[in-house]
Design a protein around this ligand. Structure first.
Ligand code: SF4
Ligand code: MG
Length: 325
């Protein structure tokens, strides 16, 4: 994927009282084939809107979303059909995305049929593969969604998404509707999938701790703009963007104690109907100076990340690592 200056605005209200929600503004980034990319940020930062644009469930107000060089808004019907097979979604709530009248087997068989796999022997083989991939025993394939736990239901939704052997899997907060105690188990499925070089995984999450072992790249959004786009290891080891550092600090049991306070302590996110001038994070940023209020920081490339900040943290935001020297 290559995104160039992508914006998505939603206009609401009636004549005379129109408001424009700047869900995304000027997003430029690329997502490499086979990578696993986390889209992170607080709620309302534009993460889901971005995911929907990547899946062509929505179109940008301006700018371009290219997939293998093809503009998603200019695809032929035939190319779009192929795209719909290649790019699959897993949504937050498996209960609403599964048909209550279908057993697991029905759901998966239909997904396979839709994509041309009808030979019974082949279907049976795919059932076994999918069962292994999402770690859902085949003994549960005769059950209806209501007879499954939330975690099992989400595994069915993941298996259905994997049925057509997609090239891209987009998961939007795939475990946030689940019990905290089983979130990690379902994330293990995604971790295994992320190790598969043939699959590009895009995961929307507000939880940096949960995706730590899954994503090798992170795109940090704030108020509809990219704050940072980085290799995950660098991001966790040495946050350089003040917003990223604050987000990391809000992780439970952060291994690194950021020098900046928890993002939640910095006040409310900006109003998307009237984004602040300059750096959008400036009203909450402890490092903000006059320049930040006046000038939008350009995305600047570094060896392991791309940053939009006038005054990045240059010293590692680590104060102590017990047991290490
Ligand atoms: Fe903070 Fe300024 Fe950097 Fe924005 S540009 S994150 S306000 S230091
Ligand atoms: Mg969301």
């Amino acid at each position: 994927y290559t995104l160039t200056d992508v914006s998505r605005h939603f206009v609401s209200g009636s004549r005379g009282r129109k408001t424009t929600v700047h869900a995304l503004d000027g997003i430029s980034l690329s997502i490499a084939k086979g990578s696993s990319t986390g889209i992170v940020g607080e709620s309302g930062s534009g993460k889901s809107t971005l995911a929907r644009l990547l899946g062509a469930l929505d179109a940008p107000s301006s700018g371009q979303v290219l997939f293998h060089g093809q503009d998603l808004t200019r695809m032929s019907k035939q190319d779009m059909r192929a795209f719909r097979r290649k790019v699959q979604f897993v949504f937050q709530d498996p209960t609403s995305s599964l048909d209550p009248r279908y057993t697991v087997e029905d759901t998966l068989r239909e997904a396979l049929h839709t994509h041309g796999v009808t030979d019974p022997a082949q279907v049976a083989r795919r059932f076994t593969e999918l069962s292994d991939q999402v770690r859902l025993p085949k003994s549960l394939f005769g059950r209806y969604p209501r007879e499954l736990s939330g975690g099992q239901r989400q595994r069915v939704a993941i298996a259905r998404a994997l049925a057509p052997r997609p090239e891209v899997l987009i998961a939007d907060e795939p475990v946030s509707s689940l019990d905290v105690s089983i979130q990690a188990q379902v994330m293990d499925v995604f971790r295994d999938l992320s190790a598969n070089d043939g699959l590009t995984l895009v995961m929307v999450s507000h939880d940096l701790a949960l995706i730590r072992d899954v994503c090798d790249n992170l795109v940090t959004l704030y108020n509809g703009t990219v704050m940072e786009s980085s290799q995950a290891a660098a991001y966790y080891e040495q946050p350089m963007h003040p917003y990223s550092s604050a987000l990391l600090h809000s992780m439970p049991n952060p291994r690194h104690i950021g020098r900046l306070p928890d993002v939640l302590a910095l006040g409310e996110p900006a109003d998307p109907t009237s984004p602040p001038p300059g750096c959008r994070f400036h009203p909450r940023c402890p490092r903000a100076q006059d320049l930040c209020r006046e000038q939008i920081p350009a995305l600047t490339a570094m060896p392991d990340r791309v940053l939009a900040c006038h005054f990045p943290l240059t010293v590692p935001a680590v104060t102590a690592e017990v047991g290490e020297r």
